[in-house]
Design a protein. Structure first.
Length: 76
């Protein structure tokens, strides 16, 4: 059975996380957690952007339909 080492690279140099001090390990944990949060926020931003575009298109379509009805005289 092989032991998998937790290695990180900082400025092109590899470090075994187990050999770093507690403070350095804490920074690594914070960075990993923030990477996850950034990914989740990007995902949510994509969803919000698509939803906003959809509502904007619905508004444009609605305004154009009312304008066309008014110009045709069907809503006078």
């Amino acid at each position: 059975m092989t032991e998998e080492k937790n290695i990180i690279t900082i400025n092109d140099k590899e470090y075994n996380v187990a050999e770093l001090d507690q403070n350095q390990q804490y920074f690594i944990a914070q960075i990993k957690d923030l990477d996850i949060k950034v990914g989740n926020l990007k995902f949510q931003l994509d969803q919000a952007s698509v939803a906003k575009d959809s509502f904007s298109q619905a508004l444009i379509k609605s305004v154009e339909e009312v304008k066309n009805e008014t110009e045709d005289g069907t809503n006078s």
